[in-house]
Design a protein around this ligand. Structure first.
Ligand code: NAI
Length: 689
């Protein structure tokens, strides 16, 4: 036998064990011996049943991603599944860990599936802009019904063993030794006698499908897909499973898969997938990490509360510090309320809520932070206040404790320089709501010790964050580029566009919302306060704020909001204000098209990204894409701004930026040298490293 596939005989049951660490991916060196083993066992008289199981920590978690984009070596997974379906004796997939993508499809080729109670099963291909191309869309509905299959395939979210049992995806769930139980189960099935019907021939769950209800469900999903092709193709493939004979539906699934895999969207989503893995590689990652037990958070406001929840959700005990007992209780009450909402929604059990709440310790005394290994401040965005907080930390924190700031814009080097241990200081810039948003910018200051950086990067992964290491500059990667994206917003309005037109250009592009809708959601007063603090002005936004129009929270902002609704309605008063401000400046309105809106917002976004690369604030273009896809809603089907620049064409971007630079003289349009080089070479790689 091969090193990757082993066959053993357990009381007449053949046990086929796949052993391809770390996740038992279906690499060609697994597929070949697996196929051969199954052929031999199919005809072997002494094997009364076949159990397929995996060594290590998980069942097959999918294809081998290193084989992506290379010519496929035979046998393909589809051939293995087809072979399984020709076997007359009972075949059983024994699942622990996760059965994902091709792994679950392999299991669907078996007559039976049994699972460890902690197992998870799913078809996440949609997250790479694909559909399950190994028969998943055609077989899964035959076990769980079309509606459930559609939900699983379009969301890509795995389900638990218990849910899989209830849905009909697995036949038994065990909490003992999975292999022992599976062999026992196989023996019983063999003793029951056949015929054993392969999933492909089971039509009872399909017959009961309600096509009209299915179409309504699919139409709803299409609306939410925001221009992504894969969810629609998934729905089409599952529909085919209902309406077409098995073989035809399978062939159509293949065609749809081929279309997706060769398209730009899947390319973009696979780029992001690899970009996230790449971003996880930080300088010093192989260094000994500092031990992190208890985490201290200073400030129990919007961010502090969310950050504290993120750590408690990851199992860390948290000390939450505030200036007064009253502020502390307010913060803790908000946290408790947020957990209660999750319980109400059914996404968290009451017991889990209590367990998480038990991890919180509130305090108003800095001395209580002495037992923390990591302390993150999330106090007001004010350098004097931050320095005061760090001064106190310097006095109480244990030696080697990592001291982090959640500042959005302030100079982390200056904060670090204000205390006696700058090597322990870095930025941890979370996004709001911090317990939900996956992105974390880890800000590496001049003197940050490499092991501190590596510790925090590792920790971020453990609490489910996607971390990107960035350098110090005003706004770091994300907020600095956001400023460049929004620099032309008011000019576009003054020259003739409406907030609605600008926002529509954004949502048509694939963003969840446009900049004016986002402003209304976040609250216009925040930017107003920041501008005042920095002595800056915004002609229209300032006036809106002076009129008390702060956005959704005051029912009026760039738009109107009818009592309590989040739906933005165009407001003639705002349009009149814009025209009046334009007239004061002698600007005659003209028609502004969607192309111009994109050129004047998203091209500067790319240009700023190029400057950030040039300055070494981000280590790789793909890191910038990770920031924008995870923190700012950049459409994943376009792969992030730097990947999208390639789709759009670097040459075109440079040419149009030059045009707008000539027209306006504004620096955001002046093409960065790195962007010019990208236009020539098609690569963001820095020459000479
Ligand atoms: P917030 O105003 O909601 O909360 C700040 C909290 O800090 C208040 O509860 C206040 O009582 C407390 N506080 C102030 N001084 C303190 C001190 N010396 N010791 C202990 N507690 C103190 O503000 P928010 O929005 O949570 O922002 C906090 C920090 O996070 C700021 O630096 C901000 O720039 C940053 N940030 C904010 C984001 C957002 O979306 N709101 C996103 C990312 C970062």
């Amino acid at each position: 036998m091969s090193n990757f596939v082993d066959v053993a005989n357990e009381n007449g049951v053949a046990v086929v064990t796949i052993d391809n660490p770390p996740v038992n991916a279906l690499s060609s060196h697994v597929r070949k011996p697996l196929y051969e083993a199954l052929v031999a066992l199919r005809d072997h008289p002494s094997a009364k049943a076949i159990v397929v199981v995996c060594a290590g920590r998980t069942f097959v978690a999918g294809a081998d991603i290193t084989e992506f984009g290379k010519p496929v070596e035979q046998p393909e997974l589809r051939a293995i599944i087809a072979l399984l379906e020709t076997i007359a004796k009972p075949t059983i997939a024994a699942i622990h860990g996760t059965a994902l993508a091709g792994g679950l499809e392999l299991a669907l080729g078996c007559h039976f599936r049994v699972a460890d109670q902690g197992a998870k099963l799913g078809l996440p291909e949609v997250k790479l802009g694909l559909l399950p191309g190994g028969g998943g869309t055609v077989r899964l509905p035959r076990l769980v019904g079309a509606a459930k299959a559609l939900g699983m395939i379009v969301s890509g979210t795995p389900i638990s063993a218990g849910e899989a049992k209830a849905a009909g995806l697995v036949d038994a769930v065990f909490d003992g030794d999975l292999l022992v139980e599976a062999v026992h189960f196989a023996g019983e099935m063999a003793a029951n006698g056949g015929p054993f019907v392969p999933v492909r021939d089971r039509n009872d769950r399909l017959v009961e499908s309600d096509l009209a209800a299915f179409d309504a469900q699919a139409a709803d999903l299409a609306k939410k897909a925001r221009g992504l092709e894969a969810p629609l193709a998934c729905a089409e493939a599952v529909r085919n499973a209902i309406t077409l004979p098995f073989g035809q539906a399978l062939a159509t699934e293949r065609q749809l898969f081929q279309q997706l895999v060769s398209g730009d969207q899947s390319r973009a989503q696979r780029h992001l997938f690899f970009a996230e893995r790449e971003a996880a590689k930080v300088p010093g990652e192989d260094l000994q990490k500092r031990k992190i037990g208890r985490v201290g958070i200073i400030g129990a406001g919007t961010m502090g509360g969310g950050i504290a929840m993120a750590f408690a959700n990851g199992g860390f005990p948290v000390t939450l510090l505030e200036t007064s007992e009253e502020a502390l209780q307010r913060g803790l009450a908000t946290i408790e309320k947020n957990y209660a909402v999750s319980v109400g929604r059914g996404s968290l059990s009451e017991a889990a809520k209590q367990q998480r709440l038990s991890l919180f310790k509130g305090s108003t005394d800095y001395a209580d932070l002495a037992e923390c290994d990591l302390i993150i401040e999330a106090v007001f965005e004010d350098m004097a206040v931050k320095k005061e907080v760090f001064g106190r930390l310097d006095a109480v924190a244990k030696p080697g404790a990592i001291l982090a700031t959640n500042t959005s814009y302030l100079d982390v080097n200056a904060i670090a320089a204000s205390i006696s241990r700058p090597q322990d200081v870095l930025g941890m810039h979370f996004f709001s709501p911090a317990n939900v948003m996956k992105l974390l910018e880890i800000v590496r200051a001049e003197k940050t010790a490499p092991d501190a950086l590596a510790t925090v990067a590792d920790l971020a992964r453990r609490i489910g964050k996607v971390a990107v290491v960035v350098g110090v500059c005003h706004g770091f990667v994300g907020n600095r580029m956001l400023a460049a994206r929004g620099a032309e917003n008011e000019f576009l309005l003054l020259e003739g566009a409406t907030p609605g037109q600008v926002d529509k250009a954004f949502t048509d592009f694939g963003w969840p919302m446009g900049p004016f809708q986002m402003g209304d959601l976040a609250g216009l007063d925040i930017g107003w306060r920041n501008r005042k603090a920095r002595g800056q002005k915004a002609v229209i936004a300032d006036t809106l704020c002076e009129q008390g129009r702060f956005g959704q929270k005051s029912g009026r902002g760039w738009y109107r909001y009818e009592s309590g609704s989040r739906e933005s309605v165009a407001d003639p008063d705002v349009e009149a204000l814009i025209r009046a401000k334009a007239a004061e400046r002698g600007i005659a309105p003209r028609v502004i098209g969607a192309d111009e809106i994109i050129e004047r917002t998203l091209y500067p976004l790319v240009n700023e990204g190029a400057k950030i690369l040039e300055e070494g604030i981000a280590a790789r273009a793909s890191d910038i894409d990770v920031v924008w896809a995870n923190g700012y809603g950049f459409p994943v089907g376009k792969g992030g701004p730097m990947f999208w620049a390639g789709l759009e064409g670097g040459g075109r971007i440079v040419e149009r930026l030059e045009y707008w630079y000539r027209q306006t003289g504004r620096a955001i349009f002046e093409p960065a040298p790195v962007l010019r080089r990208f236009a020539e070479t098609g690569s963001w790689e820095r020459v000479g490293g």
